[in-house]
Design a protein around this ligand. Structure first.
Ligand code: SDX
Length: 429
């Protein structure tokens, strides 16, 4: 079939501009607008609502169908049958591992869980009440200072060991943030435990006694990491790609992803959900907040609802919804007042015309915040957990970009400032 073309006519420019149209395996076709600059034109798309920034084989999202595929596998099947480290392998390598490959991968990751002892001093420099995301931005970027032997981004082996180190060390650093905030001793990893059980051990264990982790909670933690692993070209992943396109080392790129994820419109939403529930405080005040969320003049938005891409239910939310009751039951938290407010808020939002018309369904952050609170994870650690899970997606996208021909990302702009004018001396101003 001949190549598809797009034809653009612009007032003031003779003739139609012809642009190639490319089709992917799934999803909308894309118009290659690279040649527009040569005709004195840029495209304009603030927020990149209609812009494909790259070609990728890692994750596909169909917002209308509520579909999320990782290397072709539906998220619902991975959540039911896979686990977080197997999904990390899939995102990075493109295929599910066989038994031998899986064992080798898990053993490799679990052999990199410790961090250099000097990192303990980094934490001593933070105030006792430093936000964990502030600490994570710092210590993850600083990891580059310990691995001078493997920062050649053009060396596939350096890229692989950096990916292993990041996936392995994020839980350790996350738990260190929590322990620092409590003034408690850091826990060393226990590599005889599974990845997610080890994280909970480092979070809630103490050197004076052995920690027993409820398998239901460990499984829920693993599913939370898995559901947050990757999500196409979201804001933080796009930041990691843009940082990587300059040739920056992977630790600096992941640190830039952490910084972007921190925002309440993105990964910070799970923390914002709990803060919102606390602000609502009582079921009797829910209607007041729903009214504010609909009020155009009020910047308040219902945290945990809506999504740029999903105009149907976020498939991750459905899985989260399923494990929510199981975890609440295991933790005896069914009657937690905040969680009861959450359940009532969910019911109202799913029935209210404003939210139904605007397709503002509960997103992944709505339920993950509730589950993490039930597990006993403090609210300010929620986005750190999100960053820990998303590190596998970030590094898979970074590796995919660096492994293929790429250019430094350098968007242009619509300039609406002053035309050229001459300097005015101070006496004349
Ligand atoms: C994540 O991109 C990803 O993949 C992100 C993520 C991932 O895994 O990486 O899925 C993780 O970030 C999930 C989203 C978490 N954020 C929140 O829960 C914060 C609350 N949600 C909103 O901030 C908002 O819904 C966004 C930012 C998530 C999406 O915003 P959009 O798609 O840019 O939509 P919009 O701002 O253009 O809103 C469309 C309309 C507007 O009304 P109108 O101007 O059309 O009249 O819906 C309204 C908005 O005012 N609206 C809301 C709302 N979200 C959108 N109104 C009230 N409460 C809300 N939550």
């Amino acid at each position: 079939m001949s190549e598809k073309k797009a034809h653009l006519t612009v007032d003031g420019i003779d003739g139609a501009l012809e642009m190639p149209v490319r089709s992917g395996t799934l999803g909308p076709d894309v118009v290659d607008v690279g040649g527009l600059t040569g005709r004195g034109l840029f495209t304009y798309d603030p927020g990149f609502v209609s812009t494909a920034s790259c070609e990728s084989k890692i994750t596909f999202i169909d917002g209308g169908k509520g579909q999320l595929l990782h290397r072709g596998y539906p998220i619902e099947q991975l959540a039911e049958k896979s686990d977080y480290l197997e999904t990390c392998y899939l995102l990075m390598n493109g295929e599910l591992p066989n038994a031998e490959q899986k064992k080798t991968y898990v053993d490799t990751i679990m052999s990199h869980t410790m961090v250099h002892e000097s990192l303990v001093s980094f934490f001593k420099g933070f105030r006792y009440d430093a936000h964990p995301m502030a600490m994570m931005c710092g210590v993850v970027g600083a990891l580059a200072s310990f691995y001078h032997d493997s920062l050649d981004i053009n060396n596939p082996e350096h890229r692989e060991i950096s990916a292993h180190r990041l996936i392995a060390k994020m839980p350790t650093l996350a738990a260190m943030c929590y322990k620092h905030s409590k003034g408690m001793p850091f826990m060393y990893p226990d590599n005889s435990r599974s990845y997610s059980e080890n994280f909970l051990h480092m979070m809630f264990g103490n050197p004076c006694e052995s920690s027993k982790i409820d398998p239901i909670v460990a499984k829920a933690m693993d599913i939370i990491f898995l559901l947050h692993a990757d999500h196409e070209q979201n804001a933080s992943t796009s930041t990691v790609r843009l940082a990587g396109s300059s040739g920056a080392n992977p630790f600096a790129c992941i640190s830039s992803g952490i910084a972007t994820l921190w925002g309440p419109a993105h990964g910070g939403a799970n923390e914002a959900v709990l803060n919102m529930l606390q602000e609502i405080g009582d079921e009797s005040r829910i209607d007041e907040f729903v009214k504010r969320a609909k009020d155009k003049s009020d910047p308040f938005r219902l945290m945990g609802f809506g999504h740029r891409v999903y105009k149907n239910f976020d498939p991750r939310s459905r899985v989260m919804q399923g494990i929510c009751d199981e975890v609440l039951g295991a933790m005896g938290a069914e009657n937690d007042p905040l969680l009861k407010i959450a359940k009532k808020l969910e019911k109202i939002a799913l029935e209210d015309d404003y939210f139904v018309e605007k397709k503002l369904y509960p997103n992944v952050d709505f339920y993950s915040g509730i589950i993490m609170k039930a597990i006993g994870i403090p609210t300010d650690m929620f986005t750190v957990i999100f960053a820990t899970g998303r590190t596998s997606g970030w590094i898979a996208h970074w590796n995919e970009m660096i492994s293929n021909p790429y250019k430094i990302g350098r968007p242009r702009q619509l300039y609406t400032g002053y035309p050229q004018r001459n300097y005015t001396d101070l006496e004349q101003r």
